[in-house]
Design a protein around this ligand. Structure first.
Ligand code: SF4
Ligand code: SF4
Length: 634
């Protein structure tokens, strides 16, 4: 019948627009190696899990973003006002499932699941919802990534995906859609389950409210209880077929006096709801897709809330809520952790210090490490971290600390060798200055790269002051003058080429003082650059001091790069008899390596031979083994 082919055009455009956009992102990621879209960032289901995790643990895992949370909030608003708009207008699995269902219809292989089988199968999505939320809240990581068919395909089966779960869900989506139509959505999708629970708004609000009241009353009830009650209650309400519910506010209504009972609406409904038999569509499956409105041939018969001209409302609301989610997330960021360990009075009287651009704050783990570090500082009563903007807030006692002291606590002094000394170097010029817009270790890395690219500098170091003090070490015979170095330090864009690829980095360093040049001896430079290295391995603590021997070897290696030394030590550790290593510099700036070994397990000849191998065998974290050229000769 031709009329059944009529479609809700705005919905069609939105659904396939989302698919086209995702395909575009996928194609771009395939052709542009640096482009890595986060397909899960806008998932409201991830947002609902993140909101729950945040409320319970007062922290956000790295995989949970403010955008997801904003989308989760918009999903709840959308469901309460307009029903499951995400399912109807945006979800790519829903769109593909509907399309596959139309193939099944074409070949007339659709099987309708009804009666008890339908009722039993509907429980599966609530069980999956319980499992997903339980493991997400337990581990503070998004459990749905393990089996989500969309995430598995979009991420190209990333490491978060358990491939056999994902293959199973993709198979169910494809076969289930063709044979049964919307099988995944109706029976398995945990987002569908939580959306239905929110749709039963009074029940959802009552469960939440009772849980919060019990917690406030000091009854420590596990989240398993409200989660379990919500899942079981949602299932019962769904199969019971709730007849009266004020929410969602917008509903499909049928005017019985003008309806001719042609059945077109029932036949068109993708959710197989018998619209022609209802006065108000209260079925949990209705997502206000508007397809039934499109096919009804009678004027003013099938409407939204008995009002004509509201057909456009659901797709418009879906777009507006999505945009509102984006606006909300760009103007607001939830802290990844927000911890206070001071008393209420201390925090009340305290001050807040904010520092942005700390690149080390990049996930939940680094945030917790930062909190642990700040707990050691007297006068600090709490911290909050914001990983998207690499920002930290520190709650402190102004009688003990001030902003400058806190900056000093946050600052990491660094030194780095840019080029190894050669025999041609007789002396070193030390150039000192104060640099504005320089604080974070990533600023130090960028400065080192800049100096390597544009100068003949040997090394650089930073020291805390306001602004930060930077010392650059040039060869004694360097011709770099004050003006040229000033211009280089204030470079705006740094281009770095690594492995044939060029990347650009914006810089904003600003000189806050004159450059002062001073000549220093080679010995002083070596002292400044040298970092002692010490490591124990192969169960050193199991051996008594008496059976350990030390082989002292002078090193004529010209570099102070700790990586080079750590590679060398990793190579030595392949000999089980070697159990420790230390490097030291004597008063003549000669570097010595002290190799500690068990003489019943190895001997000096074997150690010396290993030290002079042409290549070093490196043991990386995770068990990988690699080889690098041995730059040490003894
Ligand atoms: S009843 Fe109408 S609006 Fe609801 S799902 Fe069916 S076709 Fe869509
Ligand atoms: S509501 Fe419209 S489409 Fe549905 S049975 Fe009545 S006249 Fe037909």
């Amino acid at each position: 019948m031709k009329i059944l082919q009529k479609r809700n055009l705005p919905r069609f455009i939105l659904q396939w627009g989302v698919i086209a956009f995702l395909l575009f992102l996928g194609a771009k990621a395939f052709f542009v190696k640096e482009f890595a879209p986060n397909f899960e960032a806008y998932c409201p289901f991830g947002g609902l899990q993140a909101i729950s995790s945040y409320l319970l643990n007062n922290s956000l895992a790295c995989s949970m973003t403010t955008i997801q949370i904003a989308m989760g909030i918009m999903l709840i608003i959308g469901i309460v006002l307009f029903s499951k708009l995400f399912c109807a207008y945006i979800c790519p699995i829903g769109t593909i499932s509907e399309w596959l269902g139309s193939i099944g219809d074409k070949f007339k292989i659709r099987v309708k699941i009804t009666g008890l089988a339908d009722k039993i199968l509907r429980s599966l999505k609530y069980i999956l919802l319980f499992i997903t939320f339980y493991f997400t809240l337990d581990s503070n990581e998004l459990f749905c990534k393990k089996y989500d068919p969309f995430f598995a395909i979009a991420s190209g089966f990333s490491l978060d995906v358990v491939w056999y779960y994902a293959i199973l869900s993709i198979t169910i989506v494809v076969i289930g859609s063709i044979i049964f139509r919307l099988f995944w959505c109706k029976y398995l999708c945990p987002l569908g389950a939580i959306s239905n629970i929110i749709k039963f708004t009074w029940f959802f609000a009552a469960v939440l409210l009772i849980y919060v009241i019990l917690l406030k009353a000091g009854i420590q009830l596990s989240y398993v209880w409200p989660l379990g009650i919500a899942a079981i209650g949602g299932y019962i309400l769904e199969i019971w077929g709730e007849k009266v519910n004020f929410f969602p506010v917008a509903k499909i209504t049928r005017n019985e006096s003008s309806c001719t009972n042609c059945q077109l609406c029932s036949r068109k409904c993708p959710q197989v709801i018998d619209v022609a038999k209802m006065r108000v569509v209260t079925a949990a499956d209705c997502n206000l897709c508007g397809e039934c409105l499109e096919v009804c041939p009678e004027k003013e018969t099938l409407l939204i809330n008995k009002k004509s001209g509201l057909k456009w409302l659901p797709p418009t609301a879906a777009i507006v809520l999505f945009i509102l989610g984006l606006v909300l997330s760009s103007n607001w960021e939830l802290p990844t952790i927000d911890q206070r360990w001071g008393t209420a009075e201390e925090i009340e009287k305290g001050a807040v210090f904010t520092q942005s651009g700390i690149s080390a704050i990049k996930c939940f783990g680094s945030s917790m490490a930062f909190a642990a570090q700040m707990k050691q500082v007297k006068g600090v009563y709490g911290v909050a971290t914001f990983v998207s903007t690499h920002k930290v807030k520190v709650y402190y006692d102004p009688a003990i600390l001030n902003d400058v002291k806190l900056q000093a606590e946050l600052f990491t002094p660094q030194k780095s060798e840019i080029r190894a000394l050669t025999d041609g170097h007789q002396s070193v010029k030390m150039v000192s200055c104060l640099l504005d817009n320089f604080f974070d270790p990533s600023d130090f890395t960028n400065l080192s790269l800049l100096l390597k690219e544009k100068t003949d500098a040997l090394g650089v170091e930073s020291e805390f002051s306001c602004p930060v003090t930077v010392r650059i070490y040039l060869p004694g015979n360097s011709t770099l003058n004050e003006n040229s170095l000033k211009e280089i330090l204030e470079t705006k864009v740094l281009s770095v080429t690594t492995e044939g690829k060029t990347s650009k980095q914006s810089l904003s360093f600003k000189l806050a003082s004159q450059l002062t040049f001073k000549s220093i001896g080679l010995k002083d430079y070596k002292y400044k650059m040298f970092d002692a290295y010490e490591n124990s391995f192969n169960g050193k603590s199991n051996y008594r001091e008496a059976i350990l021997d030390t082989m002292v070897v002078p090193s004529d290696h010209k570099t102070y790069n700790l990586n080079a030394v750590s590679y060398f030590v990793s190579h030595l550790s392949n000999d089980n008899g070697i159990v420790g290593f230390q490097s030291a510099m004597d008063s003549t700036s000669q570097i010595y390596f002290n190799i500690i070994y068990v003489d019943s397990l190895t001997n000096r000849d074997i150690i010396f031979k290993n030290m002079n191998n042409d290549s070093l065998t490196i043991n990386y974290e995770g068990g990988e083994v690699g080889k690098v050229i041995n730059k040490f000769k003894f």
